[in-house]
Design a protein around this ligand. Structure first.
Ligand SMILES: [Zn+2]
Length: 270
């Protein structure tokens, strides 16, 4: 097996927006024995694009997680192509999840998917979603990151399925692997993977520090007020989305014994 830059190709689903940047990246691994990763939402044009260009050679479909912009096309495509679906099923906190996704192969952390052409390792990376998997293509050390890492923006960590403590642990976990390029679920390839990982970790910890400072300044505060204090550097139109990640930070700070949820407020603990 020699490294091959053509080993991984990308097509972009036409679902650009606030959460999805230019659209969801669908990856195709291999040249004859293809693995499709994250088919994306059910959009006729995207489905046709996948089938016309790669259809008969696709032998398996993987998904990084079951949010609506990543997995819904997986089930109809797997049926049409008669190939197995692989990934991790979502068990709890089913809101905003694609419940049609029922994998034929339930992947576990560290599991290898081997073909004659290449080997893929599944790396469980909970945080953005509890069932999130990154896929490491061992032949050229490209990591398909799904929504664990996006290019061009930070990801939303929305409780209860999203978990900030898990997210930070899953970012640090990537440092145990030989990774040369990140292939994100949205945006362009990232060629300095560990700089990107460190930037995200530091960004989250800086934000956490600011959350704690703002709660301490008010002692007791509601989420709707706190979001304005903590995200004063962010367009107010995005505050509704930011509230999810803010709550994730607060839950982590509560786990760390620094704040406490009391009725609808958050209280600073001395
Ligand atoms: Zn997602």
């Amino acid at each position: 097996m020699t490294p091959d830059t053509k080993l991984i190709r990308k097509i972009i689903a036409p679902n650009g927006g606030v959460f999805t940047g230019g659209g969801t990246n669908t990856y195709i691994i291999g040249s004859d024995d293809l693995t499709l990763v994250d088919p994306g939402p059910i959009i006729e044009e995207h489905s046709k694009n996948i089938l016309d260009n790669f259809g008969k050679k696709i032998n398996r479909i993987l998904v990084t997680h079951t949010h609506m912009d990543h997995s819904p096309l997986a089930t109809p495509l797997a049926k049409e192509l008669n190939v197995p679906l692989m990934g991790m099923i979502i068990k709890d906190n089913l809101e905003y999840q694609d419940l049609s996704f029922q994998p034929d192969v339930h992947l576990k952390d560290g599991e290898l998917i081997k073909t004659d052409e290449y080997v893929i390792e599944a790396i469980h990376t909970p945080g953005h979603a509890s069932n999130h998997i990154c896929y490491l293509l061992k032949n050229n050390n490209h990591l398909i990151t799904g929504d664990h890492i996006m290019q061009g923006s930070t990801v939303v960590i929305a409780p209860p399925d999203g978990n900030m403590k898990d997210y930070l642990a899953s970012l640090k976990k990537l440092k145990n692997y030989n990774i040369e390029v990140l292939a994100p679920g949205h945006g362009d390839y990232i060629h300095k993977p560990f700089e990107a990982v460190d930037w995200i970790i530091n960004h989250r910890l800086d934000r956490e520090k600011k959350v704690l400072e703002k709660v301490r300044a008010r002692q007791v505060i509601e989420l709707d007020d706190l979001v304005k204090d903590v995200y004063d550097d962010v367009d107010p139109r995005l505050h509704r989305i930011a509230k999810a990640s803010l709550e994730a930070h607060l839950i982590k700070l509560q786990d760390d014994g620094k704040v406490l949820a009391v009725a609808k407020t958050w209280k600073y603990i001395n």
